[in-house]
Design a protein around this ligand. Structure first.
Ligand SMILES: *Cc1c(COP(=O)(O)O)cnc(C)c1O
Ligand SMILES: [Zn+2]
Length: 421
């Protein structure tokens, strides 16, 4: 049995039953899942969680659907890696990487999709659909296959090759739309009213989908021995993940799982080529101006973010900040993380690491803080972004001489590089 008490409008507070609803009938505000926290508190314990599966479903008491057999490929419970070498380069004392590259389809989207499709199946939906910047498409197609559901996935036509292949292989229908993600999203909103029998994970079941991101906070706290960090850095696409990470830490406190009340500063990370939230933060305004995205961080390329205002509000209330970084900085961020910690992230991870570096340099993130950076997608998804900046040391003939020559040339190049610094 789940502990959901219903849905509530985030704007006017009106309540609704836990059905396939996502906007308020009165004010068109987005709906949020509410729980009976007294009943959760009476049930949930650290031991009960520890005895659960090593997936997001160990936190089922704080998820919007209970099912002994969820739609599950093993999302969640990804490594939290202490990153001392990266911390030393950046000048931080205690830094952790939440390595969500380790999810079944290589991104944090498996968390939200596992929740969304489990709820969609319970509500009687047979077809899973979505508008996606790529990773959601991968995850919806895979989880639909796992659940025996049909899938209909709409993506912008210019996505990375790996993301298109990874979506198509699962046997669902994939439509490449000649337009940006915001065009795809608008088309999906129109389709949702035409096809009420389809579960659009980020439209008509978005309210449930979004709750899956709380598990990032749950895991970080559990992996830190039931403590919250001081500061988290979260990439922003729609802004949903950032708001739910914040909600996750607060819920743990509310249901008595933390010894100390968390005061987590939440900072956002965006690419300069699509930074509506960072811009509003820098300008000190409440209005998020939609932009036309132009960045290699395609998984974050949402010009008109659905939860942008809520993300901004969360950042401000928590005492965080919001950085934006250039595409070159994104590539540097990917290489820095790979070189120091052995973790290969996609462009969104490069955005997070580059933003982390920027926020440390600006003095926003302090050296005495315990910091967690959310690295949300695997580097193999966006290899083409690195084509011009990394490659073999040399191409050689299969002889010892050729190898020795190349080694000498490399040593020479390295010493010139050092002396030119
Ligand atoms: C979708 C996505 C995000 C952003 O999540 P939102 O909830 O849309 O803000 C971050 N990282 C990766 C890898 C993603 O695919
Ligand atoms: Zn309302």
């Amino acid at each position: 049995m789940d502990f959901v008490s219903g849905l509530r409008c985030r704007e006017c507070g009106r309540t609704y039953p836990a059905e396939a609803l996502h906007v308020c009938d009165y004010c068109f505000g987005p709906l949020e899942v509410t729980y009976d926290y007294e009943r959760v508190t009476a049930t949930i314990t650290r031991e009960r969680i520890a005895a659960g599966p090593r997936t997001i479903w160990r936190y089922g008491d704080l998820l919007p659907v209970a099912d002994p057999n969820p739609v599950d490929l093993g999302a969640g419970f990804t490594p939290l890696v202490r990153a001392d070498r990266l911390a030393a380069e950046l000048g931080l004392g205690e830094l952790w990487i939440k390595d969500d590259t380790a999810n079944p389809t290589g991104s944090f989207k498996d968390r939200v999709v596992s929740v969304a499709l489990t709820k969609a199946r319970q509500l009687g939906f047979k077809i899973a659909a979505c508008a996606s910047t790529g990773n959601l498409a991968n995850s919806v197609a895979a989880h639909a296959a796992r659940a025996g559901m049909d899938s209909v996935v709409l993506i912008p036509h210019d996505l990375e090759k790996a993301k298109v292949t990874m979506t198509s292989v699962y046997g669902g229908r994939v439509f490449a739309v000649e337009g940006s993600y915001d065009d795809v999203n608008r088309l999906c909103a129109e389709l949702t009213s035409e096809q009420p029998e389809w579960a659009f994970v980020n439209v008509n079941v978005r309210t449930y989908y979004a709750e899956g991101s709380k598990t990032l906070a749950f895991e970080v706290a559990e992996q830190l021995g039931w403590q919250a960090p001081d500061h988290v850095v979260v990439p922003i696409g729609s802004g949903s993940q950032l708001t739910k990470v914040d909600k996750g830490f607060k819920e743990l406190w509310q249901v008595g799982l933390l010894d100390e009340e968390p005061h987590v500063r939440v900072s956002g990370a965006q690419a300069e080529g699509c930074s509506p939230v960072a811009t509003a933060f820098a300008e000190g305004t409440d209005a998020i101006r939609p932009v036309k995205p132009n960045t290699i961080a395609k998984s974050l390329a949402i010009g008109n973010p659905a939860d942008g205002w809520y993300a901004l509000d969360t950042i401000r209330k928590s005492g965080g900040s919001c950085a934006s970084v250039t595409d070159d900085e994104v590539l540097d961020g990917i290489r820095l993380l790979a070189r120091t910690e052995g973790i290969f992230a996609e462009t969104a991870g490069g955005v997070t690491i580059a933003s982390l570096a920027k926020l440390v340099a600006e003095g926003v993130i302090r050296p005495d803080e315990r910091v967690v950076a959310m690295v949300t997608g695997h580097g193999l998804k966006t290899v083409e972004a690195l084509a011009d900046v990394v490659g073999p040391t040399a191409t050689i003939a299969p002889t010892l001489e050729s190898f020795a020559e190349a080694m000498a040339a490399d040593a020479e190049a390295a010493s010139t590089q050092r002396s030119s610094r």
